[in-house]
Design a protein around this ligand. Structure first.
Ligand code: ATP
Ligand code: MG
Length: 315
């Protein structure tokens, strides 16, 4: 029996979310946000945090700076039950930070990468990562220190018998190359959002993008925001509607979807159940600021799951 259900190697940092700013930002003016939230950010850490909150055993490797922001992020992640013993602290370095200017229905996302770019293959204890049933990688294009060995990493995880999931998230350079197609050869579950799926395949059409990716990966799950998600496995298509909730913001909703989906995938559930769980987790995340505020409130989380999972046999 492996030590973990899921291991993750990736980035760990906070999100600073500002609400209530004007659509246009005039120069040299003092602009007032009407609300803010400093919360655990980074796709890798949100997936890990929310998987642990859902009951999975999660191991996490990352590197942070020796600054207060890194420490807060680390403590937040550890509080969910994720094993953080392999998170390395870089002396004299700054942990990354993402600032989100949240508007009505859209947002600006600005990331200072800091130690996100510093994680290298040499930092990874491969025995630790392989002591798991599943390996997840997020934010493919932010791992500059790791990127030219990601294929090797996935190869090793696969050889050790793990299943693998990947969520690229955005490519800040908007090039969508960097060995992604090679990496996809080792991926069992690919979890792009609709925009990413189109960019990766160079297709204007979401359906065509999904079909094209499904030729490369056994299971492609495409997230479509408030419309839920669609999946393709071979020639089979599945779609699953979003869950209606009162949304505060959708920051980290995609990462929460990944966590919900993988939670059921690892229990061997039917694909339709995995999609339902993904949509449920994504929607739940939107009911509070950021990607983990809803999940880290145990009472709130249990109430929500109890109210929404009884007829789905999710638990
Ligand atoms: N307004 C909403 N209402 C209900 N569910 C939502 C809403 N927005 C997103 N979701 C859920 O979250 C999932 C992921 O959303 P989205 O497509 O925005 O992912 P993403 O762009 O990858 O997000 P992220 O910013 O975390 O990377 C959706 O598939 C859906 O299940
Ligand atoms: Mg995403």
């Amino acid at each position: 029996m492996p030590r973990f259900d899921v291991t993750v190697a990736g980035e760990l940092n906070l999100d600073l979310i500002l609400y209530g700013l004007p659509e246009e930002l005039p120069r040299e003016r003092e602009l007032l946000a009407d609300r803010m939230m400093l919360t655990l950010g980074s796709s890798s850490a949100i997936v890990a945090h929310n998987l642990a909150a859902l009951g999975a055993r999660v191991g996490f490797i990352s590197c942070i700076g020796d600054d207060p922001l890194g420490q807060i992020a680390l403590e937040r992640l550890a509080a969910s039950g994720v094993d953080v013993s392999e998170v390395r602290k870089r002396t004299g370095k700054q942990t990354g930070l993402t600032v989100l200017l949240q508007r009505d229905g859209w947002r600006n996302i600005i990331t200072y990468a800091g130690t996100i770019f510093d994680l290298t293959f040499e930092d990874l204890d491969l025995d630790y990562l392989a002591d798991s049933r599943h390996f997840h990688l997020s934010s493919f294009y932010l791992h500059r220190g790791l990127r030219n060995r990601i294929v090797e990493l996935l190869q090793k995880m696969k050889a050790a018998g793990l299943t693998i999931s990947l969520d690229t998230n955005d490519d800040p350079e908007d090039l969508w190359r960097g060995g992604l197609m090679e990496a996809l050869r080792y991926v069992d579950v690919f979890l792009p959002n609709v925009r990413e799926a189109k960019k990766i395949t160079g297709s204007e059409d979401a359906e065509a993008a999904l079909a094209s990716l499904a030729k490369r990966v056994p299971l492609v799950v495409m997230k479509i925001g408030a419309e839920g998600a669609v999946a393709q496995r071979g020639e089979e298509r599945f779609s699953s509607p979003a869950v209606k909730v009162n949304t505060v913001d959708s920051v980290g909703a995609g990462d929460s979807f990944d966590a919900g989906f993988l939670w059921q995938y690892l229990r061997g559930a039917e694909l339709s159940t995995c999609l339902t769980a993904g949509n449920l987790a994504g929607a739940f995340s939107t009911t509070r600021s950021g990607g983990t505020e809803a999940f880290r409130d145990r009472e709130y989380r249990e109430k929500f799951l109890a109210a929404n999972t009884t007829d789905l046999k999710l638990r």
